[in-house]
Design a protein around this ligand. Sequence first.
Ligand SMILES: NC(=O)c1ccc[n+]([C@@H]2O[C@H](COP(=O)([O-])OP(=O)(O)OC[C@H]3O[C@@H](n4cnc5c(N)ncnc54)[C@H](OP(=O)(O)O)[C@@H]3O)[C@@H](O)[C@H]2O)c1
Length: 253
Amino acid sequence: MSITIVTGASSGIGRSAAIEVARSGSGVIVTYNARPDRVRETVARIEELGGTAVALPLDLARTETFPAFAAEVRRVVAQTWGETHVTGVVNNGGFSRVALVEDMTPDTFDELYGGLLKGPYFLTQVLLPLLADGGAVVCTTSASATQPLGLVPGYSGYAAMKGGLVVATRYLAAELAPRRIRVNSVSPGPTRTSLGGDTFSAHPELAEPLAAKTALGRLGEPEDVGRVIAFLLSDGARWITGQDVEVSGGFNL
Ligand SMILES: NC(=O)c1ccc[n+]([C@@H]2O[C@H](COP(=O)([O-])OP(=O)(O)OC[C@H]3O[C@@H](n4cnc5c(N)ncnc54)[C@H](OP(=O)(O)O)[C@@H]3O)[C@@H](O)[C@H]2O)c1
């Protein structure tokens, strides 16, 4: 049976990815960090579809907790589905910190590094023994890694970490190919989620100029990205590995 771990599934893109993989018949382990109330809504939405989801806490900045997280995943997979392995890992959890280079501090830079690059890298490492041969990993990177967000300055640190994750994705794809594990990433463009303290709700004036820079003429919605994540995990994408798929409606085209 197919079982997928989706990090950062309490809202936005992760919630949508979790719902889409559940719709395709996969059991789902959904993680949350600060908002257990919101992950309960993700679980409820999956149960409404007739699926099964289990929520676990995970702070990607705390690598020292990862072995205990992996042990908990092993226990949940056995108890809930009677299985020993998962078939998919979605490294999606993340946050943004905005600072122009003049204002960036080493602490903020370290925070971005810990949560957005070191966290997903070492989480993947710790989950490798639990991931079935022939499984798949998808990382949520960002179009900002290759398309500087001129309209919204201050993303140099964030985008640098996401760029690092794009590179790591490609290397992991090569390293894990002998086990037939595929590793890909999706790079969302500006997407209406609660990232950055609900930026688009707090500053609706930002949406229009970003939509105007998007060929398809609107902001992305979480479902636009969640569906692509689910596809990359699926057998339909069995010949795709080591790729970063921009999911942006043509941002900056
Ligand atoms: N929205 C965009 O425009 C956009 C564009 C490009 C890339 N992305 C990327 O898409 C991914 C999902 O973000 P989103 O836009 O869907 O935002 P979101 O709605 O704010 O969701 C972020 C998720 O990440 C979790 N998270 C936050 N900090 C974490 C930490 N330290 N450890 C573990 N999980 C943590 C949150 O959990 P809690 O809520 O429980 O704390 C939440 O489930 C992120 O990697 C983000 O960088 C977003």
